[in-house]
Design a protein around this ligand. Structure first.
Ligand SMILES: *Cc1c(COP(=O)(O)O)cnc(C)c1O
Length: 364
């Protein structure tokens, strides 16, 4: 998804856990900082120099299986400011479970989900105690929190030193976080099918590993250079069925009132937003299906199309271009169901809607 303002200005507190013969050894570290208020007064140069020191981890080896062979997995999750001044996490236990599966998928020792959730909570809390967190603003309520800020948390694995081809047996887990600003509209919301292949059967499409992002980035850049916001991947075998956006899941709302998304399997990343949207739509009485959906069916029968992921939540797709033909959905605007799902999701995350599914978690 292109539409976000997403810069790398790490918050000071970071977390590392190293896998040793005695299990996971955890460490919290406050990187160089001057306090949020003081830092706001720095010149751009001073600020960059400080942020550079903050993004320096001298204990991590440069040459290893992650930097050489992309044996690395990651997660992305958010904490949302609430009206009462607190911060709440969205479904962190889901990210913890997926991180564990991803690590197992590349033969790393799995990181225990309890450690993951506890570390994420502690990190967000420690940064908040130092004043590093987005302050809730009433103005966000006016647009249903589309302008809301949040904390983006990025856990990732990092291997021990090595250069001969091998799995990582004693990796680190590193967790960092950064503020994410308001959601900016891109130049357009047009998508085009890609001729590249993101994932194949018996491959790694089902885990969140760094290597999957090479093709996604290339496909997205190519789509951008052709004037589209998003690339849509089709299946590797028949080049016929919808798979995903460049780094997000995809949904199609058909004219017959059914909401369809590709079924999970080897080649679809099990998005937590995807799962949440299915649950939300079902609770609203919308018929949902997880199945194969041909690109021709989208072109002929869709009334709304949207993509989902942690970065934007939901982004509508105004049109899809496939083999020279373009289908426009909902007159190119955000469709009714897409809007309702987006506003409900954001409402739950920022606390204006009842959290009836129990998705939100305190950091205390
Ligand atoms: C992370 C990711 C998603 C979205 O997952 P969320 O849990 O909703 O953020 C979708 N597709 C791919 C390929 C991803 O890496």
């Amino acid at each position: 998804m292109a539409k976000k303002s997403f810069s790398l200005s790490l918050y000071p507190w970071t977390y590392t856990a190293k896998y040793t013969t005695n299990g996971w050894i955890e460490e919290y570290q406050a990187k160089p900082h001057l306090g949020a208020e003081k830092e706001a007064t720095l010149s751009e140069q001073e600020r960059e120099a400080l942020l550079e020191r903050r993004n320096s981890f001298p204990q991590l080896p440069l040459v290893n299986f992650s930097t050489q062979y992309a044996l690395s997995v990651f997660e992305g999750l958010k904490a949302f400011p609430q009206k009462d001044g607190s911060l709440r996490l969205f479904r962190p236990e889901q990210n913890a479970e997926r991180f564990k599966r991803s690590m197992e998928g590349i033969l790393m020792p799995p990181f225990p989900p309890e450690l993951f959730v506890n570390a994420v909570k502690t990190l967000v809390r420690q940064n908040k105690n130092l004043g590093y967190y987005p302050r809730y603003s009433d103005t966000w309520e006016k647009d249903g929190f589309l302008s809301g800020h949040s904390v983006y948390i990025r856990p990732f694995s990092y291997s021990e030193p090595g250069i001969g081809l091998n799995q990582s047996e004693h990796p680190w887990v590193v967790i960092v976080s950064t503020p994410v600003g308001a959601y900016f509209e891109g130049p357009n919301n047009k998508a085009i099918t890609s001729d590249m292949i993101r994932a194949t059967e018996n491959g790694t499409g089902w885990i969140k590993c760094a290597s999957n992002y090479v093709i996604s980035t290339l496909a997205k850049k190519k789509a951008n250079s052709q004037g589209y916001m998003e690339a849509i991947f089709l299946d590797a075998k028949e080049r016929k069925y919808l798979e995903e956006g460049s780094s997000c899941n995809i949904f199609v709302y058909l004219k017959d009132g059914t909401l369809v998304t590709p079924a999970l399997g080897d080649t679809i990343l099990p998005g937590i937003t995807r799962k949440s949207i299915i649950e939300l739509a079902q609770s609203m009485g919308i018929k949902t299906e997880e199945r194969k959906i041909a690109i021709e069916e989208v072109m002929d029968s869709a009334k709304e199309v949207f993509v989902t992921g942690t970065a934007a939540g939901i982004a509508h797709i105004e049109s899809v271009t496939h083999k020279g033909r373009t289908a426009v959905f909902a007159d190119g605007k955000m469709g009714e169901l897409t809007r309702e799902l987006l506003l409900t999701l954001k409402g739950i995350q920022y606390g204006s809607h009842e959290d009836k599914f129990g998705w939100m978690t305190d950091i205390e």
